[in-house]
Structure formats: C-alpha cells, structure tokens
Design a protein around this ligand. Structure first.
Ligand SMILES: NC(=O)c1ccc[n+]([C@@H]2O[C@H](COP(=O)([O-])OP(=O)(O)OC[C@H]3O[C@@H](n4cnc5c(N)ncnc54)[C@H](OP(=O)(O)O)[C@@H]3O)[C@@H](O)[C@H]2O)c1
Length: 253
C-alpha cells in the first residue's frame, strides 16, 4: 500500500526528494531507492522528525509498536495518517501519546493503478483532512465518513471489495475455459468486461440496477444467466459475505 501511495504522489508531480520512506530491510530500501528515487531511512524516529505528513503503512499488529516508538518525535503540527485495517482512532491517539492530528483511512488495493477508493475518518482540523486527501486523491478517489463505526462497513465494501470482483472474474474465466475458450482469451474477455462495467458504473450516472436492466433483454441470454445465478443463491452469498467481512472487522478492532 505504501508503494501504491508513493507511486501516486510521484505521478501527480510531488518531488521524490520530499518523500522519506522508513523501511527496516536493506534490500527493500535499495529497491525503493532505485524504483522511486525517494529518500530512505532505517530509523522511524529520524524519518518523522521534520515531517508535515506521516503515513503509517505497517500491518495492524505492528502499528502500536511503531506509533509508540515515534510518538515523542512527531512534530506538533504534522498530520498522521493510518491505513491499518480495524485500528480505531482512539487507539491511534493513545499510542501516539495524544497526537491531535490523526486521520484514519481505509484505502484499497486499486490505489496501485491510480483507481483506488479511500475513505477517511478524522476528528482533526480541516487542514489535516485535506492533507490526507491530497495524498489519497493522487491514487484515485476519496471520501469522508463522520461516524467511525461506519469504517467497518467501508472495510467490508471497498477495502475488501476488489477481492470479490477478482473472485467473480476467476469464476467467469474458469467457466469460459470449461466451455472451450483458451485461458488467455477468457482472461482478456473477462478483464475488459470488468473494466467496461466498472467505467459504466462510475461514469454513466446510472445505478447498477438500471444498467443491469439495460443489458437484460427479457427471455435472452443474460436473463438466462441471471435467473440461474439467483436460483443458485448468488445474492445471498454476496450479502452474507459482506456481513461476514464487517463482523470480522469489528472483531479485529
Ligand atoms: N493490502 C491492501 O489491500 C490493504 C487495503 C486496505 C488497508 N491496508 C492496510 O495497509 C497496511 C499495509 O498493508 P500492506 O498489505 O501494504 O502490508 P505489507 O506489504 O506487509 O507492508 C508493510 C510494510 O511495513 C514495513 N514494516 C514492518 N515493520 C516495520 C517497522 N517496525 N517500521 C517500519 N516499517 C515496517 C514492512 O517492511 P518489511 O516487509 O521489510 O518487513 C513492509 O514494507 C495494513 O495496515 C493494512 O491493514 C491494506
């Protein structure tokens, strides 16, 4: 995720020399230096000392240790962004010894290709939320929620959501192959279909249901597929999958 966000920042023209990455492994530091020409550090405390914005992109279980390590070194005016799944802003505040400018974010993996969806929750001043948006919008779109408990639903929808679409693509490809297409052609057909459907959802100004009706002629092929999918329990599987993800997010936090 950190790489996705670094890539986005550089794509929108942010100078690489203004980005410092703190990374424990020498081999990874070397790779990041070659790939992005950013400044590298092996010392988290040194890396944050002059920062305007600190992005925490470690695994949720590593976050407490990292925040406690850098807490005393955080500049008073810097914005601290956490993208860790399931870590509440109250925990972030406690571990950072009460740092006031904290923004909790749920991004998704599509940030890697500049099409991410990030959702922010923060009680910090507008300036700090805008700084976070500057970073996140470099890799796609962002929006805010004002009720932190909604972050569980957000995680279940846009955070984990790319995997649901990947599963659908995987299953469609496998069905195509079983019915006689070669794997590469099936993959191209499904990938471009997913891209087209996604663009229509985002750009047409129409909702998913009306787009579905538009391509479903009564008695036609699409209707036959959808009838079978309903009969096999597809809607319930999706609905319950999202509920399970939300529940897991609640448990993790
Ligand atoms: N992946 C997603 O789709 C996604 C979506 C939404 C949110 N998130 C959140 O994004 C965060 C990062 O996820 P990820 O998938 O990008 O994980 P990741 O690939 O494991 O990246 C974590 C990075 O943190 C580094 N690190 C570990 N310990 C550190 C320390 N003490 N100080 C400084 N750096 C340290 C790791 O370095 P080494 O590898 O060298 O140990 C690694 O480069 C997680 O909190 C996750 O919940 C991820």
């Amino acid at each position: 995720m950190a790489e996705a966000l670094i890539g986005g920042l550089l794509r929108v023209g942010h100078p690489a020399t203004h980005v410092t990455v703190s990374e424990p492994q020498a081999a990874r530091r070397q790779l990041l230096a070659e790939r992005y020409a950013v400044r590298l550090s092996e010392d988290n405390v040194a890396a944050v000392q002059d920062a305007d914005l600190v992005l925490l992109a470690v695994k949720p279980q590593q976050l407490r240790g990292v925040l406690q390590e850098i807490a005393a070194a955080l500049p008073a005016a810097c914005t601290v962004i956490s993208i860790a799944a399931g870590v509440a802003s109250a925990s972030l505040q406690a571990w950072s010894a009460g740092h006031p400018h904290i923004v909790r974010v749920m991004p998704n993996t599509a940030a890697l290709v500049g099409a991410g969806m990030s959702v922010l929750y923060s009680e910090a001043d507008e300036l700090h939320q805008q700084r976070a948006e500057y970073l996140l919008n470099a890799c796609g779109q962002s929006t805010r929620v004002t009720d932190e408990s909604l972050m569980h639903v957000v995680t279940a929808l846009s955070g984990s959501g790319p995997a649901y679409f990947f599963l659908l693509a995987e299953l469609m490809q496998a069905a195509g192959v079983k019915l006689g297409l070669d794997a590469s052609l099936a993959s191209t057909l499904v990938g471009q279909t997913a891209l087209g459907a996604g663009k229509m959802l985002v750009e047409s100004g129409r909702d998913a249901e009306s787009l579905r009706h538009q391509v479903t002629s009564p008695g036609g092929t699409t209707q036959a597929a959808l009838d079978m999918m309903y009969e096999m329990g597809f809607p319930a599987a999706v609905r319950e999958g999202v509920v399970a993800a939300k529940k897991r997010s609640e448990e993790m936090s």
